[in-house]
Write a protein of this length. Sequence first.
Length: 261
Amino acid sequence: MAISGSESRSQGYVDANGVRTYYEIEGTGEPLLLLHGGFSPIETFSGLRSLLTPHFRVYFPERRAHGRTPDVPGPVTYDLMAQDTIAFMEAVELDSAHLVGWSDGAAVGLLVAMRRPDLVRRLVLIGQNLNPDGLRPEIRAMMQQETMPDMLPPMLRELYAALSPDGPEHWDTVVDKFWQLYRVEPDIPLSELEKVQAPTLVIMGQHDIPTIEHAQEMQRTLPNGRLEVVPDASHGLPMEKPEVVSRLVLDFLQGAPGRTG
């Protein structure tokens, strides 16, 4: 484990499931793992970061092929990224933590909670469907295309070019690899949510990629679940309205044990 920085803020790399994984840590208090979205380095959490780190010791790992963490040969799956995340927690000696995931990070966090319930205190899922049935019809139709349409904000490519150890020319390879993932995953049956032991908060934007009806089904199936829908917000909710998201997250994580609403 290579770490540099002050006691309240540090950064480094660890080997997590064979991936040289970059991470940062900031803040004091209970541990919180903040899991970024697809194609999104931890810079996309800048708004949430300043609002959460005064209350928690926040861990910011960057998954394979994201930010400063290199790509790894071969296809990628959500289960594989969940294994990476479990390995990361073990590498930094985290016995358990709150997990807050956005988009891909939410799917990864959910799988960690299902595979290793001992690691997850409370779980927050932001803007993520369980399976294709949970997507808006126009998004489902888009997923039939063999190549990814031009739908990503230009800033994500710019951040990749600035940060990736694989170089800016590797961006197209990463986009294709993850598009092939998105065409078939996640594909988690709704009933699988019954296995989630951690109290769970589902957050969706009013105009998110998953439907509100799907989010409501998730909330009803979770043994200890709560749902918050943020008005006038899209899939970019954590970047669009970090103050709203942080308030929801803090209220949920700092609530009385065993109570989610």
